[in-house]
Write a protein that binds this ligand. Structure first.
Ligand code: E4P
Length: 219
């Protein structure tokens, strides 16, 4: 499974890219707003992210609501850098836009996917990525991992990763990330704090502390 970082924070992206195990970035308007950025600087900010992780996919979300606007905005976002993927929320307008953008050579990440039928329709329209959400199901006391499992099974019945890759999204905990991997998700997009938690285990920290003591004792 590939790891993407789910943030628009340049410092977090630079740090995580330095770890050597990251394969892409996803952003959304909320994550961009959290950086303190303004709409007028949005495209410039996406260019900075795209340059920080050259060659790796960076999802930039469109705010358009009609098919025509999505196509125009999608083409403009994709022209900012070769690794930009246009993120669209699943709906009738975005399905039609995805088909047109694919024909124009623009990769689409279909987001806000919560069930099997949405995921399969996104694949059929030509989405390069589909992003099923996990945490938001947990927020309403439903089982996000079960939905993710169903979506992975259905998509993999019909599509190879070369056509559409699944990005397990809205992941909040290392448990979510591990479950996405065990279910065979192609990608997990993970916020920085959860990535840091994924890197740690109490026994690793204990082992590191005992190394320090051992080295001190043989000095
Ligand atoms: C990523 O592509 C999604 O926008 C993100 O994972 C959503 O996460 P949230 O449910 O924590 O907002």
């Amino acid at each position: 499974m590939k790891f993407f970082i789910d943030t628009a924070d340049l410092q977090q992206i630079e740090t995580a890219m330095g770890w050597g195990c990251m394969a892409g970035v996803t952003t959304n308007p909320t994550l961009y707003a959290r950086t303190g950025g303004k709409l007028a600087d949005f495209e410039n900010h996406m260019v900075k992210i795209a340059h920080l992780c050259e060659g790796l996919p960076v999802s930039a979300e469109s705010t358009a609501t009609t098919t025509d606007e999505m196509v125009v905005e999608g083409k403009r976002l994709a022209a900012l850098a070769p690794n930009i993927v246009v993120k669209l929320p699943i709906c009738a307008e975005s399905l039609a836009a995805t088909k047109q953008l694919k024909e124009a050579g623009v990769n689409v990440n279909m987001t806000l996917v919560f069930n099997v039928t949405q995921a399969l329709m996104a694949c059929a329209a030509g989405a390069r990525y589909v992003s099923p959400f996990v945490g938001r199901f947990d927020d309403i006391a439903e089982d996000g991992i079960e939905q993710l499992s169903n979506i992975i099974a259905a998509v993999k019945n019909y599509y190879l990763p070369e056509h559409t890759e699944i990005i397990a999204a809205s992941l909040r905990t290392p448990h979510h990330v591990a479950q996405a991997a065990l279910l065979g998700s192609d990608i997990a997009t993970v916020p920085f704090d959860a990535l840091e938690k994924c890197l740690k285990h109490p026994l690793t920290q204990q082992g590191l502390a005992s190394f320090e003591e051992d080295w001190a004792s043989v000095k």
